[in-house]
Structures are given as structure tokens and as C-alpha cells.
Design a protein around this ligand. Structure first.
Ligand code: FAD
Length: 366
């Protein structure tokens, strides 16, 4: 999980609800200190204009948008906030597997061969997902929906049980992104064989892009959009400094910062096995599923952070790299010049490994 350093600071200034949030994040208090430390130094801009902050809940998680209202616009911050909320809610309404009336849930209910009309947004997300599936040899695969549910990480009640082999196999044979057919010009989809899709590893990022593109359209000079840890930034903060993002240490017992990176005009997402998992007989089963085996990932790659142009792409790539494992993911990152940072669990502790593009982009040897 990544968190914007400022986000932690915001928690220190919010309402009682924020206080409750704050207590959930006790270890983060020192972030404030870290942030305040940062503040000690002479800011590049004296008396910087104040950022406007808008927060809320969507897609089963929280969002936070910090931005400097545009100087020339007939839209008040309240107008902009309501646009932000409606764009995120639209993604939730269209793509949620937790909402039976969503486009994705209604598509999941169709029979093989039946064409199903979808919105431009849903087709855009599925097209991107399919292209990442092709590039990652199926490590990323939105047709894992029933596997995710079977392992208790979907809309159905949590089971924290390892499914029996026969049941798992019966569900596994349904998986395969190639069994999904898209008709781009007519905005419709169909299944070649029974399958169900889950956009949880890409749609939050897409929601971030929808908000960021809107803020770009109305010439907001600087912003940071965050939905459940997926982030996109524009410009420098009003004090002239870059937006700072904390990469969390994949520690299950407490929340720690592993490193801090400056992100300007980029998107960043992290995927890992240390927040959404259950343990059975000493073995951890996380919500990242290998579509080839039907099992949660078992290797020692604990967290992957990817930086790129759009939040939807880095959201999906972070999950794909988590499935591929360090060696294959690093080879992929080098081949496509992708900025990725991997944290592996070794006997001596968590070790970070950066792709060349990551080191270059953050100009930091982490
Ligand atoms: P990521 O690593 O970004 O995604 C992991 C998720 O992707 C898994 O949980 C699984 O669903 C899926 N996945 C696993 N393996 C693969 C694979 N190999 N290829 C592709 N996908 C894979 N949660 C709720 O509790 N309540 C809600 O109402 C709710 N509504 C949502 C609505 C939408 C539109 C979306 C996108 C998600 C919603 N969620 C909801 C899910 C919640 O936000 C998830 O925790 C989140 O999507 C997982 O994101 P992450 O960053 O933790 O993990």
C-alpha cells in the first residue's frame, strides 16, 4: 500500500471520523513528524496558496483528492467536488462485482454467445485489461472472478477456507481471458464459454484517471488524486515541492514506511500480499490469484510498486507483476522500460529491488 505523505498529515486535521481513522493508523503519526520535518526546511514558495481537499468513500475503499482550484474557472470547488464524486460513483456503478445491477454483474449473468452492450468506459477498461493479459502471458486475467470469490476475497462472505481440489478445478477451467470477445465499434462483449469477470485490479486506477483527466480539462494546475492507494499527480505542490509518496513496508503486524518517492505528473500503484489475506495452518493465502493454478501467489515477492502514465495501467501491472514473481516481472519491466520497485521477503528481512527505469525516474538508489 502506498500513501501520500500529505494524506497522513490530513488525517491529523480531520473530524472525529478522521480521529477514528487516525487511531487505525497509529504508527503513521511519525509520518506527520516526518512531514512536519519536511516543513521545517524553507519552502520554495513563501505563503503558498492553500490546497483544497475532498475525500469520500467509493468502491469499498476511500478516496482523497487534493488540488489547487483553477484561477480562471466558473466552477466553484463545490462544483468540482461533486464532479469528482459523480465520476468515481459512475465507475463504481458500472464496474462493481459487489453491485448486482452494475454492467459487470449483469454481463457476468449472460450466457455464452450472448452479445452484451456496455458503456465506453467499461469497454475501455476491459480492452486495456485484455492487452495487459496478452503482454503478461495471462498473469493478469480479469476472468478470475469466480476464483477470487471461491477464496473468499470477492463480494460473497469471507470463508478463510482453502477450497477443495475438485471445486477449485471446476472453477479453474472457466478462467481464460481469451474466452472473452470484444466488439469495439459496437461497444459490446460476449463470452465464448462460461466465465465471469472482476475488474478490481484495474478499475480503481481507472477511477483515478477519470478524475485526473477531468482536473486536466478544467486546467487545475496541481493535484493529487488517490483511490484506495492508487495515485496520480500533476505539477508541484503549492510550496513548490514535489508530491511525496510513501511506499509501505509489507509488514503485516504494523505499518511502516519502506521508502519515500517524489511523483510529479505520474501515476503510481502498489499491489501486495500483506493486507488482504488469511492464514491457514501457518500458510498465507492472499487475494492475488495465479490464473494458471487457481491458487493465491506463493512466492516471496511481498509488494510491487509501479510508476507510469495512467493509474489504470500501473494498477493492473502491479497485480500482474505480483503474479509473475520477481525474476519474470523484472525481465518484463526491463523489456518494456517500466518503472517498478519490488520488495521481497528474505530470511534477513525485506529487500527492495528497483528496475532501471524506476531508479532513473525517482533518481534514487533505494
Ligand atoms: P489489487 O492488487 O489492485 O487488486 C487485487 C484484486 O484483483 C483482487 O482482490 C481480485 O479481486 C483481483 N485479482 C486477483 N488476482 C488477479 C489476477 N491474476 N488478475 C486480475 N485480477 C486479479 N470491496 C468491498 O469490500 N466492497 C465494495 O463495495 C467494493 N466495491 C468495488 C467496486 C469496484 C468498481 C472495484 C474496482 C472494487 C470494489 N471493491 C469493493 C474491491 C476493493 O476496492 C478491493 O480491495 C480492491 O479492488 C483490490 O484492490 P487492491 O489495491 O487491494 O488490490
Amino acid at each position: 500500500m502506498i500513501l501520500a505523505v500529505n494524506h497522513v498529515f490530513r488525517r491529523c486535521t480531520m473530524t472525529l471520523r478522521a480521529m477514528v481513522q487516525l487511531f487505525r493508523f497509529i504508527p503513521f503519526v511519525f509520518f506527520c513528524a516526518l512531514f512536519l520535518q519536511g516543513c521545517g526546511k524553507e519552502p520554495a514558495v513563501k505563503n503558498p496558496p492553500k490546497l483544497h481537499t475532498y475525500t469520500g468513500q467509493v468502491m469499498g475503499t476511500w478516496y482523497s483528492v487534493k488540488y489547487l482550484p483553477p484561477t480562471v474557472s466558473d466552477m466553484s470547488p463545490e462544483d468540482i467536488d461533486s464532479q469528482i464524486h459523480s465520476r468515481l460513483s459512475r465507475v463504481d456503478q458500472l464496474m462493481s462485482t459487489y453491485k448486482p445491477e452494475s454492467e459487470v454483474s449483469r454481463f457476468n449473468a449472460t450466457l455464452p454467445g450472448e452479445w452484451f452492450e456496455v458503456s465506453v468506459e467499461t469497454l475501455e477498461v476491459i480492452s486495456l485489461a485484455q492487452s495487459i493479459s496478452e503482454k503478461t502471458a495471462g498473469a493478469f486475467d480479469i476472468s478470475v472472478a469466480r476464483l477470487v470469490n471461491l477464496w473468499g476475497f470477492g463480494p460473497d462472505p469471507r470463508t478463510a477456507q482453502v477450497p477443495d481440489e475438485d471445486h477449485l478445478f471446476a472453477v479453474l477451467i472457466e478462467v481464460g481471458y481469451e474466452k472473452l470477445e470484444l466488439h469495439d465499434s459496437e461497444l459490446k462483449l460476449r463470452k465464448k464459454t462460461p466465465l465471469h469477470i472482476d475488474l478490481s485490479a484495474i478499475a480503481k486506477g481507472y477511477g483515478v484517471d477519470q478524475v485526473a483527466d477531468f482536473l486536466d480539462e478544467i486546467s487545475v494546475p496541481t493535484y493529487m488524486v488517490e483511490v484506495g492507494g492508487e495515485i496520480r499527480t500533476r505539477g508541484l505542490k503549492p510550496n513548490g515541492k514535489p508530491w511525496r509518496i510513501a511506499i509501505e513496508s509489507p509488514n503485516t503486524n504494523q505499518r511502516d514506511v519502506h521508502s519515500i518517492i517524489d511523483i510529479t505528473d505520474r501515476a503510481v500503484a502498489t499491489s501486495g500480499d500483506y493486507r488482504n489475506y488469511f492464514e491457514k495452518d501457518g500458510q498465507r493465502f492472499s487475494h492475488t490469484i495465479d490464473p494458471k493454478t487457481g491458487y493465491p501467489i506463493t512466492h516471496n515477492l511481498a509488494s510491487v510498486t509501479v510508476i507510469g502514465e495512467t493509474a489504470a495501467e500501473v494498477d493492473a501491472l502491479a497485480t500482474a507483476f505480483s503474479v509473475l514473481g520477481l525474476d519474470q516481472a523484472m525481465r518484463y519491466a526491463k523489456a518494456y522500460n517500466i518503472a517498478a520497485y519490488f520488495i521481497v521477503k528474505e530470511p534477513e528481512g525485506f529487500i527492495g529491488k528497483a528496475s532501471d527505469a524506476f531508479t532513473e525516474m525517482t533518481r534514487k538508489k533505494l
